[in-house]
Design a protein around this ligand. Structure first.
Ligand code: FE
Ligand code: FE
Ligand code: ZN
Length: 277
């Protein structure tokens, strides 16, 4: 089974997102748990959630991949930002229980000059404070491009965070194809090598979701600019090979490409066409 979808606006609630996803031909989707730049989350509409859960099941939807806001930086050098970020992730994890057994993905953080080691330590400490054995959500660290002082630009950095997290079954990885390419992993010429590197360093059993994006820039550019599938430097063939690789079978693939809804529908149809053959 394959799961494909794209990032959607959450402003209309869960049922609205599901209806949009259905229209686009998707069977999963992603959304921001709150304004990507702001703080406060909307009140949960329990009726909307119940309808959504039913309808998602009826339509055989896969795991949904919620995305934390960009303003969240668990390892900021500023204490008030760290505090704010910890409150957001704690609150988001609580809210995710309204749609149990899905995924919550976040950018590990930017250390802002404190150093990678210190950043990793802070991130892991926060995770150990906010994760609980009762939660059904798996929290995913996103692979990053290494822009600025971003942590998570190498598989080793993510592995170090996971190593320090006590509740191992609540933590995993979301692989962003644009980010690992920009981070220096050559999925065009050496896809198998990159996958076995991931397996060796982190373990493929820790991979729960894929952000499926082409990139505007060269491998190792550390830029993080997404491109439409096939229009970027990764290119059509390599994106297709990635999608069809057995290592990713059954994972939710989320498009975060610069598209309008018609563009997403096209990419979803293209993806489904690859899988069929
Ligand atoms: Fe992201
Ligand atoms: Fe992403
Ligand atoms: Zn990105």
């Amino acid at each position: 089974m394959y799961y494909i979808g794209n990032h959607l606006s959450s402003s209309g609630g869960y049922v609205a997102m599901l209806d949009t996803a259905l229209k686009l031909g998707a069977n999963t989707f992603a959304f921001f748990t709150r304004n990507p730049r702001g703080g406060k989350a909307k009140e949960i509409d329990k009726e909307d959630v119940q309808k959504f859960l039913l309808k998602a099941r009826e339509n055989n939807f896969g795991k949904i991949v919620a995305h934390a806001p960009y303003t969240m930086n668990l390892c900021s050098a500023k204490e008030d930002v760290r505090e704010f970020s910890k409150n957001i992730i704690a609150d988001d994890i609580k809210r995710m229980e309204y749609i149990p057994k899905n995924y919550y993905n976040f950018h590990p953080g930017a250390h802002i000059g404190q150093g990678v080691k210190k950043g990793i330590e802070i991130i892991a400490n926060v995770l150990n404070d906010v994760l609980s054995p009762e939660q059904t959500t798996i929290v995913l660290l996103e692979t990053m491009s290494g822009k600025g002082t971003e942590i998570g630009k190498s598989f080793e950095e993510l592995r170090e965070i996971i190593d320090k997290v006590e509740l191992k079954d609540k933590i995993g990885v979301c692989l962003d194809t644009c980010h690992i390419w920009d981070g220096g992993y050559d999925i065009v010429n050496n896809l198998d090598g990159v996958i076995s590197e991931f397996d060796k360093v982190i373990g493929l059993d820790k991979l729960y979701a894929v952000h499926f994006n082409d990139s505007k820039n060269e491998c190792g550019s550390h830029k993080d600019r997404h491109e439409k599938i096939g229009n970027g430097k990764i290119g059509f063939e390599a994106m297709k090979n990635f999608a069809l690789h057995p290592a990713f079978l059954g994972l939710p693939f989320i498009l975060e490409t610069p598209n309008d809804m018609a563009g997403y529908a096209k990419e979803i149809a293209m993806f489904k066409d690859w899988i069929k053959k």
